[in-house]
Write a protein that binds this ligand. Structure first.
Ligand SMILES: Nc1ncnc2[nH]cnc12
Length: 579
């Protein structure tokens, strides 16, 4: 939820009543009214952090004076600040560096995944952390995860009912989810049902995560309390969700940029498109995708696919605001709303030339003008690195001659298939892969095919379970890469031909960089280009790292218990203790 202080409200009342001069006057421009869909010549008047009046000075009986900042917007269009309803703020970047990148692109509110923060920080620190972010120019909101989407040590499961309730009760939490592990809900698991009901009791939404789910499964999940979902990849899947009452989010992510096809498909239907029940998300773009933009890029793509502009903007302004119960505060240019305003050259060009948040100019011509509060990263737990050294036997499966080994085949950047192969022959495309406990307790080993050819040793602490992921054909190089990551408290390291060919430090929990996103974009592009030179066939390898140890996708994943078949939880090959 959002709060307006009594002082802020008084300031806007005084302004709209003509008793106090407006703080800002947007003069001479057009305004997109997301409530009616009209674009009209209107002046916009701000009193402090909020909009006081939309219309002419005479009509409003407003009293600007020399303290009123006049923003000449003749020839421009004003639209509300953009809302990203489904953000994963840890794709190598961190919530603050993400803010610094996307605020100049017009994103003024984000609803974030709490996954790694909830897992890594105790409740007090997590509270402190999110409170500090409230001083940011962007409005930061959160979802409360109900599961880790990775196998955890049973004694250390942080997703207790108590903790999840606490996370959900916080005013900046807007929904429970995303429900990657939804089977327990349909099986009637008491704890999971109680978590979902708690969300409803607090007046929060419940987001599903049901890729490929049938109408029947989606219907059952709706019956179990799920209210939204962003996993449609076909128009039929969008229509199923809409019919079942889901708030349906169309995705334009680095991994699945389905948005334009979905828009075109919706426009081809006989029935009118229920735009008011649709939102759009970038769903955690990896850094290279941010070159194109953020929510602004998504609006552009939607318009180019034929979406009427007023609806393209509505899907990332009013619609999420209404769905999450924030429309009294954000999502539109109207009196009483936070003065979050993007100044555009035209509706066809959604990248703003000026961004205002809470009535302050926050960015101009792509340049950030406001300082962001920096959390105390020192207090974020680093990747655990016990005083132990990796050895060759830890990283590579050793087999008897002729023995069949489990091989994870990559079908696309994130979907896997298990096959068994005899591995007597050298095969440049079949790499060792292992997931290792950074505290040195266990290792899970298999082979990986379809990632690249001839990589010596690559290690990443950026992965879904927060362990150390290693792959390569040469155990010596894998050890070097893994040790480099452990010694640095996190990162992505690649050793090739005897030397280090790539290193990206990830000092924040082993998952996030403390560097600006523009540097990260270059560094991640360097990694992608290098991988392409080794015949990596897909476009988003960073997601491959993330999801090889995440248990919400088919068919097999590396976990602390071993190589696991997701469908039934069977352990294909158990983890072994490290000695
Ligand atoms: N389920 C998920 N977890 C973490 N990052 C993601 N990015 C997209 N989907 C994600």
């Amino acid at each position: 939820m959002m709060n307006t202080s009594v002082e802020e409200r008084l300031a806007v009342i005084e302004t709209t009543m003509g008793r106090r001069p407006p703080t800002v006057w947007f003069k001479g421009g057009q305004v997109l009214n997301v409530y009616t869909g009209a674009v009209e010549y209107q002046d916009v008047w701000v009193g402090g952090s909020q909009i006081a009046f939309v219309g002419s000075r005479e009509e409003g009986k407003l009293n600007p004076d020399s303290s009123t900042k006049v923003v000449d917007v003749e020839g421009m269009v004003l639209v509300p600040g953009y809302i990203e309803p489904h953000s994963h703020p840890f794709q190598l970047y961190n919530p603050v560096s993400l803010t610094e990148k996307v605020l100049p692109l017009g994103t003024t509110a984000m609803i974030h995944d709490n996954l790694y923060f909830f897992r890594s920080l105790d409740d007090d620190r997590w509270q402190e952390w999110r409170e500090r972010l409230t001083a940011s120019a962007v409005h930061h909101f959160w979802w409360a995860r109900l599961d880790a989407q990775a196998r955890l040590d049973a004694d250390e499961d942080p997703f207790t009912l108590e903790r999840v309730k606490l996370a959900m009760s916080h005013p900046s939490t807007l929904q429970a989810g995303e429900l990657t592990d939804w089977m327990p809900l349909l099986s009637g698991d008491q704890k999971r049902v109680a978590m979902v009901e708690q969300a409803h009791r607090y007046g929060k939404r419940v987001e599903g995560h049901s890729p490929g789910a049938s109408y029947r499964t989606l219907s059952r999940l709706a019956a179990a309390g799920v209210t939204g979902d962003h996993e449609s990849i076909t128009v039929e899947e969008v229509l199923h969700r809409l019919r079942l009452g889901y708030m349906t989010t169309l995705r334009y992510s680095s991994l699945r940029p389905d948005l334009p096809d979905l828009i075109r498909g919706l426009l081809q239907q006989q029935a009118p498109v229920p735009w008011h029940r649709l939102m759009m998300t970038t769903d955690g773009p990896t850094p290279p995708a941010l070159r194109q933009g953020h929510v602004d890029a998504m609006i552009r793509v939607a318009i180019q696919a034929g979406c009427p502009p007023e609806h393209a903007y509505g899907m990332v302004t009013l619609n999420p605001a209404v769905y999450f119960g924030l429309d009294a505060h954000i999502g539109g240019i109207a009196p009483g709303r936070s003065a979050d305003i993007n100044v555009l050259r035209s509706l066809e060009d959604p990248t703003p030339i000026q961004v205002f948040v809470r009535g302050e100019r926050a960015a101009q011509s792509g340049r950030l003008l406001v300082e962001q509060p920096q959390p105390d990263w020192e207090r974020f737990p680093p990747l655990i690195s016990a005083p132990w050294r990796l050895q060759k036997k830890d990283v590579a499966l050793s087999l008897e001659k002729g023995e069949q080994a489990p091989v994870i085949h990559l079908v696309n950047p994130v979907i896997t298939q298990l096959k068994w192969e005899a591995v007597d022959e050298v095969d440049e495309e079949r790499l060792f892969v292992s997931l290792i406990d950074p505290a040195g307790q266990w290792t899970t080993q298999a082979f990986l095919r379809g990632f690249a050819r001839g990589i010596d040793g690559l290690a990443s602490s950026y992965n879904g379970s927060g362990d150390l992921l290693l792959l390569g054909r040469d155990p010596d190089a894998m050890v070097k890469a893994g040790q480099r990551v452990l010694d640095n408290g996190g990162g992505i390291a690649w050793f090739q031909g005897g030397g280090e060919s790539f290193f990206l430090p990830l000092p924040i929990g082993g998952k996030m960089s403390d560097q600006p996103i523009d540097d990260l974009i270059e560094k991640s592009e360097e990694l992608v280009t290098k991988l392409k030179n080794f015949d990596h066939p897909f476009h988003d390898p960073i997601y491959t790292f993330l999801f090889l140890s995440s248990t919400h996708l088919p068919q097999v994943r590396l976990t602390r218990d071993g190589l696991v078949r997701i469908k039934d939880g069977a352990i294909i090959r158990p983890a072994t203790p490290l000695t």
